[in-house]
Design a protein around this ligand. Structure first.
Ligand code: GDP
Ligand code: IMO
Ligand code: MG
Length: 420
């Protein structure tokens, strides 16, 4: 049996914290897509840790963590991350497994990501510059190198061939940076990677499922950054939705049961692209400062705005979401008024669907207003003790989305999660 946790917005919904919380009920926690563009924050013994490559179940010492074939892997980041979790007592040699089909991010992928962004002028995607796009391009272009290729004697010659190809591309971008230091680090990290548990991920996970083990698939990014259904071209390069679980781990759709969608109580986006509910006023600043909305991977300030139910309804539809976890509700504490976008106005017409090419039109968000709550909710343990105003807010969301909000997160801590 497989349950899924994924983001319903533009990423950073709090997936790391929620996966860490739910991990206790599972045997295997598996990442199915994305790479070090992800930054998943969790608190262990009150210490903050941000994971980029390793699944967020790693701090549960009795759980298996799998990096699936759908992920793109930066060996340098992985090595650093293994060393930092080891400082917390994690035995990654025992608990961490990597699919041999996982594609490698090469130093030239990172260079190409940078070169491509530089060439775009004002049309930049706002990529994390981790090499994600170029690595997935080599995967679908059937050129990429995989973790399992490390065993092959011809690995170095394959690498050199691909590097030459990349160099020609970099030359066409007139990219001048010297990447030899990155390459040195890369080859060192490959030696480290070779010593980890490299497995046939699809047999590995299906055998676990057959033994009755419970699997939790952890998404990275968010549904509105999905390469097919997000705000293209301002998206990432992987399938961030439930469908990505099947191709990113090698499991059948019938095995998937609960799809737990995470949304913030408001909305953020980092990088370029459409964001209909974005706020450019004092409320936007309030959300950014109170919510500490600065990227976990790049430190960039996140764009902030009200929750967008048109986008959320779309995300629930394409993912088959069965329950919602709402995070960062505490950030709304003290606001007089809360707003919820329930339709878009485009060319004077009210629209409740996500349009094609959102980036090429003027979208004005239409809002329903709610009274805010005055209380500090960070210490509240039961939904009955939450402010009545929150009840009204949540009821509206439940009715609109036709999917129940089952948990409310009221702080970054492991224990700050209230069952509705
Ligand atoms: P992810 O990428 O989806 O895992 O999310 P990030 O880790 O990038 O960003 C979420 C941020 O919000 C992190 O700093 C978390 O520690 C924090 N966070 C998560 N849930 C809550 C919450 O309910 N309240 C508050 N105040 N912070 C939260
Ligand atoms: P987590 O898992 C928020 C955004 C980038 C950029 C676009 C493409 O922490 O939620 P990429 O590097 O993937 O080519 O960048 O996607 N992006 C994220 N935004 N959270 C993330 O991950 C993101 N990963 C990528 O900012 O706009
Ligand atoms: Mg993040």
């Amino acid at each position: 049996m497989v349950d899924v946790i994924l983001g319903l917005q533009w990423g950073d919904e709090g997936k790391g914290k929620i996966v860490d919380f739910f991990a206790k009920d599972y045997d295997v926690i598996a990442r199915f897509q994305g790479g070090p563009n992800a930054g998943h924050t969790l608190y262990v013994n009150d210490k903050k840790i941000v994971l980029h490559q390793i699944p967020s179940g790693i701090f549960h010492t009795d759980k298996i963590n799998l990096i699936g074939n759908g992920v793109v892997l930066d060996a340098v980041t992985l090595k650093k991350e293994c060393e930092s979790v080891a400082a917390f007592g994690v035995d990654y040699k025992k608990n961490l497994f990597i699919s041999e089909r996982t594609h490698l991010i090469l130093p030239t992928h990172r260079a190409l990501d940078k070169a491509s962004e530089l060439s775009k002028g004002t049309e930049k995607i706002g990529s994390t510059l981790k090499g994600i796009g170029p690595a997935y391009m080599d995967k679908t272009g059937r050129n990429g190198l995989r973790v399992g290729d490390l065993k092959d004697k011809s690995f170095t010659s394959q690498y050199i061939k691909l590097r030459l190809k990349h160099q020609r591309l970099l030359d066409s971008f007139n990219f001048q940076e010297d990447i030899s230091a990155w390459e040195e680090e890369f080859f060192e990290a490959l030696e480290f990677l070779k010593e980890l548990n490299i497995v046939n991920g699809e047999y590995f996970i299906n055998e676990k499922i057959a033994e009755g083990k419970r699997v939790l698939a952890e998404g990275a990014q968010g549904s509105m950054l999905d390469v097919d259904f997000g705000t293209f071209p301002f998206v990432t390069s992987s399938s961030t939705i439930t469908g990505g679980v099947c191709s990113g781990l090698g499991i059948a759709p019938q095995k998937i049961k609960e799809v737990i969608g995470i949304t913030k109580a408001y909305c953020t986006r980092v990088g370029s692209g459409p964001f209909p509910t974005e706020l450019f006023d004092a409320t936007g600043d309030f959300l950014r400062n109170t919510g500490n909305e600065f990227g976990s991977t790049t430190g960039r300030p996140r764009r902030c705005g009200w929750i967008d139910l048109v986008a959320l309804q779309f995300a629930c539809m394409i993912n088959g979401v069965t329950q919602i976890v709402m995070t960062k509700a505490d950030i709304l504490d003290g606001l007089e008024e809360l707003k919820v976008c329930n339709s878009y106005k485009i060319n004077g017409e009210e629209i409740s669907r996500i349009p094609f090419q959102m980036n090429k039109m003027q979208i004005d968000a239409s809002y329903q207003s709610f009274k805010g709550w005055k209380n500090n909710i960070t210490q509240v343990k039961t939904f009955e003790n939450m402010p009545a105003e929150m009840n009204t807010y949540i009821n509206y969301l439940n009715e609109f989305l036709k999917v129940p909000v089952k948990y409310i997160s009221n702080g970054p801590g492991r224990d700050q999660l209230v069952n509705v």
